[in-house]
Design a protein around this ligand. Structure first.
Ligand code: UT7
Length: 327
């Protein structure tokens, strides 16, 4: 069967940095609290002219350049985001136009922080069935536009950015070994944006006064489920491939909270030197976190030919999943 192989990665991050010290001046918090409870020290914030599409295009261009694929050779563009440029059309269509990817069908998926792993899973199926050969998968967010900057429970967590991967059909041993995606809708309202959809359409009262435009989160509930779900998704990947945690060369989990990552890796038995972290610099960038981290690890030379790389994601929905890759 054809393998889906990642042949290029890219990332784009806004220049503007918001530090914990900056947040101390905005809400009742401290660098010490944020560092101990989350591991985050700073995050990137989009400037006025930056949107989910512009960051996506930046990440996509880097990934295309690394892979040597031309934009007009792309068959499909899949973009995971919960902060599209507009509710419609799909931000992926704006990216298609900007890249000149005239032969690609383009669509967005809404799987919150799992958007990139969901996208990889879709790409894998298109390639295995022969329906596409060159696919651009993007995770991109401008969460700063839907963060409530008066809510210390959430505003310290999130950041903006985009990451991308080119996934190509290949006959090699290397490539995606498996993807697993899961949902648990029982908890949809523990992490969500209540306003501006069909349930709470935009009005001054709902959108502005009741602040329904902004992210709402039950942090403790999300935390507990994140650890269990990422462990479940990781185990599904290892079991499907007859592997154990000792086979993993590098573990790239969704970068939401250092304590979630530490608890997950402890339960899995993955040593800390095999875990790639960058949340201290970027915070939680939702669907962008895994592809940004994958690109950073790739460009740092941490992904060697034949390495087994495990990605695990968890986010609103709940949505979660894993991808196991032979690099
Ligand atoms: O991307 C996937 C989805 N997102 C996540 O995975 C996030 C999951 N949740 C978390 O990361 C954590 O739950 C948080 C970092 C959001 C919160 O950490 P926690 O250890 O669960 O804290 P908590 O919500 O239990 O709050 C503990 C205390 C509370 O004070 P009291 O009630 O004990 O007096 C909060 O009011 O910390 C207080 N607190 C803060 N204090 C200083 C909450 N936020 C802050 C803050 N600065 N920013």
């Amino acid at each position: 069967m054809l393998k889906a192989r990642i042949t290029g990665t890219g990332a784009a991050l806004p220049d503007k940095i918001l530090t914990n010290a900056d947040l101390e001046r905005m809400v009742d918090t401290s660098d010490e609290w944020i560092t101990i409870r989350t591991g985050i020290k700073e995050r990137r914030i989009a400037s006025d002219g930056e949107f989910t599409s512009t960051l996506s295009v930046g990440a996509a261009r880097s990934a295309l350049e690394m892979s040597g694929v031309a934009a007009d050779e792309l068959d499909l563009i899949i973009l995971g985001t919960v902060t599209p440029d507009f509710p419609f059309p799909a931000t992926a269509c704006i990216v298609q136009q900007e890249l000149g990817a005239v032969n690609a069908a383009a669509f967005d998926i809404s799987a919150a922080c799992s958007g990139f792993v969901y996208g990889l899973s879709i790409a894998e199926k298109y390639i295995q069935t022969g329906a596409a050969r060159n696919i651009l998968v993007i995770g991109a967010e401008v969460l700063s536009r839907i963060v409530d900057w008066t809510d210390r429970n959430t505003c310290i967590l999130f950041g903006d950015g985009a990451g991308a991967a080119i996934v190509q059909a290949s006959q090699d041993e290397a490539g995606l070994l498996s993807t697993h995606i899961f949902s648990n809708g029982s908890y949809w309202n523990t992490l969500y944006q209540p306003g501006c959809g069909s349930r709470n359409p935009a009005t001054k009262q709902s959108t502005i006064d009741e602040r329904l435009f902004f992210i709402k989160m039950e942090g403790n509930d999300v935390f507990k489920h994140a650890v269990r779900a990422m462990e479940e998704a990781a185990c599904a990947a290892l079991t499907a491939n007859n592997m154990t945690p000792s086979d993993i060369s590098l573990f790239i989990p969704h970068q939401a909270n250092r304590r979630i990552i530490d608890a997950t890796t402890k339960r899995l038995g993955v040593p800390s030197d095999k875990v790639f972290l960058n949340l201290h610099h970027y915070g939680n960038t939702s669907s962008a976190s895994i592809p940004i981290t994958l690109d950073e690890a790739n460009r740092a030379g941490r992904l060697k030919s034949g390495d087994i790389i495990l990605l695990t994601a968890f986010g609103g929905g709940f949505s979660y999943g894993s991808a196991l890759i032979r690099w």
